[in-house]
Structure formats: C-alpha cells, structure tokens
Design a protein around this ligand. Structure first.
Ligand code: TMP
Ligand code: ASP
Length: 234
C-alpha cells in the first residue's frame, strides 16, 4: 500500500521510492469556501495536472526553481519533497474576489501595480490575511525568506501574464505556495484554474474555479479551454 503523507482537498501527497521526493496525485474533488461547498467533477484532476505541469515546465525553463520533476501519469506527478512555508502568496493584477469585497473596488478594475498579499494556510481559521511583520513575529518565515517570496512571486507574475496573454487569457490573480528544500526555496503546490482567476481576452468569460464558486456551470469545459489554449502557444 502506498503511504499517504498528506491528504488535501484536491490532492494527495504520497511517499516516493526516493525519500527526497514525493508523488502528488490530483483528485477530481472541487471545493470552495474552505471546503463547505464540495463536488466531484470528472476529469478535473487530469486537467489541473496537465495545466500545472505545463506551467511548471515553462517556469523552470525561465529560471524559476520549482518542485516539479516529471509527470508519472495523467493525474500523478513526481516532485521534490519540501517543507511547506505555511503562507499563501497571492498576486493580483486586476481586482476580483475578496480584494473587491474587502476594499470596495469593482471586479475588473486594473490595479496600478501588481498587489502581493499573504494569507495564513489554515482552513480552520479560514486562511486569514496576514502581514509580513506578523509572519516573522510568529516565526513562520524570516524577513529574508519573505523578500525572496515576494520577488519570486512578482517574477512568476510577469512570466505568467506573458504566457497567458499569448494564449488569449487575462491573468487576473493567483495563489502560490513555496517550500524549503535542499535547493533553497522552491515553488510547490500547483498553478491551475483552481488557484488562478483566468478570463478569456475580449469577452472576460471566466475559465477558472469561479465557475464552480459562483455556480456558473461548465467548470471542466473552462479548464479544458485553458489547457487547449496553453498547448496552442507551444
Ligand atoms: P480571493 O480573491 O478569494 O482572495 O482569491 C485570490 C486568488 O487566490 C484566486 O486566484 C483564487 C486563489 N485562491 C486559492 O487558490 N485558494 C484559496 O483558498 C483561496 C481563498 C483563493
Ligand atoms: N480552496 C479553498 C477551498 O477549497 C477556497 C477556494 O478556493 O475558494 O475551500
């Protein structure tokens, strides 16, 4: 029996033969609102694995260190093992979601610069927003590590805005997770329509998990469109 190291809402993390690595297995489960809304969406796991693998290869090719090693099958990927830093790093180019609600900014407003924010990785507490001095005060990450997270997140943003633009998609916002490894800080987790807001250029049609959160229907169709468009870029 395979050893499950951790079960998340949309992925399993399993032990690999080499202790330095682990295997991520994507599930078809979709959740929102800290797991309060939950559904099985056939094919979502494979779509997210394919999209995330495509993006991680592109980031590696452009000098970003990630946990990605190789795809094992349609829903499984071999990654480097890392100690996850317990903050989510969110980058926003356009107001939407909690930013719009919190600051009273209409969805779709282009921000004057990319905004970076952190939230504490805790479903129990509802992933509350947390600032840099609170993170260092709690010993979650050092000041130098946080600076590296912000610079890397901004670099990833630039690369992804460019990639998605070529695919006819606007990158509204996204969430990243990082970990400490033998190679220093590396990008972990996934980048997929579960963790990004992606709008079709020209129509602003939502192609991401907001289709699930807002009950718009056509969730996996949106994800499949993202994959098809990325593949068409090369
Ligand atoms: P928010 O506007 O709800 O704060 O979400 C910002 C971005 O982070 C959006 O692209 C969705 C992503 N996200 C996650 O990946 N996981 C989460 O738990 C939440 C709340 C948002
Ligand atoms: N990922 C979170 C959950 O499953 C929240 C979200 O993405 O909206 O609850």
């Amino acid at each position: 029996m395979e050893k499950v190291l951790y079960e998340g809402k949309s992925k399993l993390v399993c032990a690999a033969l080499d202790e330095q690595n682990c295997i991520i297995r994507y599930k078809d489960t979709a959740t929102a609102f800290d797991g309060k809304k939950k559904e099985e969406l056939h094919g979502k796991g494979a779509l997210n694995a394919a999209i995330s693998n495509f993006i991680y290869r592109y980031l590696e090719d452009n000098g970003v260190k990630t946990h990605f090693i190789k795809a094992l099958d349609e829903t499984s990927v071999l990654v480097k093992r890392a100690e996850i830093i317990m903050v989510e790093v969110i980058v926003r180019n356009v107001a939407a979601g909690s930013f719009s609600r919190k600051y009273g900014v209409p969805e779709g407003y282009w921000l004057k610069n990319a905004a970076v924010e952190f939230s504490l990785k805790s479903d129990e507490l509802g992933d509350p927003m947390i600032n840099a001095t609170q993170i260092t005060a709690l010993g979650i990450a050092s000041k130098a590590e946080l600076e590296e997270l912000v610079q890397t997140a901004l670099k990833i943003n630039k690369l992804l805005v460019e990639l998605f633009m070529k695919a006819g998609i606007k990158l509204i916002d996204f969430k990243l997770e990082f970990g400490r490894s033998g190679d220093g800080i590396i990008l972990c987790d996934e980048i997929s329509p579960d963790s990004c807001r992606l709008w079709e250029d020209g129509t602003d049609k939502k192609l991401d998990k907001d289709r699930f959160r807002q009950e718009l229907g056509g969730v996996t169709e949106g994800y499949a469109d993202v994959l098809r468009r990325l593949k068409s870029v090369g």
